[in-house]
Design a protein around this ligand. Sequence first.
Ligand SMILES: NC(=O)c1ccc[n+]([C@@H]2O[C@H](COP(=O)([O-])OP(=O)(O)OC[C@H]3O[C@@H](n4cnc5c(N)ncnc54)[C@H](OP(=O)(O)O)[C@@H]3O)[C@@H](O)[C@H]2O)c1
Length: 289
Amino acid sequence: MPNTSRQHLAAMVPSVGAPFVIEPRSTPTPGPNEVLIEVKSVAVNPLDYFQRYTGFHIDVFPAIIGSDVGGTIIEVGSSVSLELKPGTRVSAFAPTFLLNGSPNYGAFQERVLVPDHFVTPLPNGRVSFNEASILPMALLTAWTGIVYQLGIPTSTTPYKPSDKQGLLIWSGASSVGTMAVKEDGVTVQLAYHTTGDLQDTLKVLQRVKGNGIAKVASAPALTEESPKTNDIEIGFVAPTSSGPKFDEVIDFVFRVWLKERLERAEFSPSPRVQVIGKGLGSLQLALEE
Ligand SMILES: NC(=O)c1ccc[n+]([C@@H]2O[C@H](COP(=O)([O-])OP(=O)(O)OC[C@H]3O[C@@H](n4cnc5c(N)ncnc54)[C@H](OP(=O)(O)O)[C@@H]3O)[C@@H](O)[C@H]2O)c1
């Protein structure tokens, strides 16, 4: 018998392509380096739609998907730093995708377990739960592309004009793009209203790169049909890695970069939040938007 005194509601994906089923489930207890978060707001990503319909990257059913959380810590593991105590308002990346749909770690439920290095405390009185929920996936994707695919270090050594380095952010108004625009040391010199795909990006890069090296970090998936060129390295942004470098990037993004910028009010969540509805019952509608 499940412990009914510790239950919460969850939107579960019961099998590949099946609609969400909202049911109570046992509330897990955080491990030493984990926090239990009461979920106040979730954001939806294109990935959620894809996972819900195709079972992509899900090993176990029923699965709980969803990556982006704004909420309040209600319980902490024995090794979690004092800064993340019960009552702390946070933005958090729920790592269900990295854990192949593992239900304790999906955002689409009332209480979720999150490892502490994916959690950023929110400054008092600023940044709403809704705003907090739109940050983690987009920020992690932007930084993963920058560090892994483009090879730009997380160190804050600023580039100088004499370095002649340039960053072309394609779709700067998207959730991922708008986070890339906020990276350290980036001065937006030219902005265009553009639409298009990888082919257009390559054409622009070929024009501006001269004899230099150009690399593309593509957030949208690459397929066999995706355009290729000999003179530009194209890589898919894949925050599915693990290991020491990945841990370092995660720690930097959530525990240093975002935390410090929110504290100093140097960072405003973007793009503008669009509220679709209240409660887990709104998730299906949100995915269809
Ligand atoms: N690799 C990864 O780990 C990873 C992680 C996150 C996201 N992604 C991928 O990155 C991409 C962006 O994700 P996101 O969360 O940033 O999405 P988003 O916030 O929904 O932004 C998508 C942007 O594309 C524009 N758009 C949509 N359809 C278009 C069309 N037919 N022509 C021109 N513009 C169009 C939208 O414009 P409007 O607002 O005007 O509609 C919006 O600005 C998606 O392909 C997503 O799957 C990958």
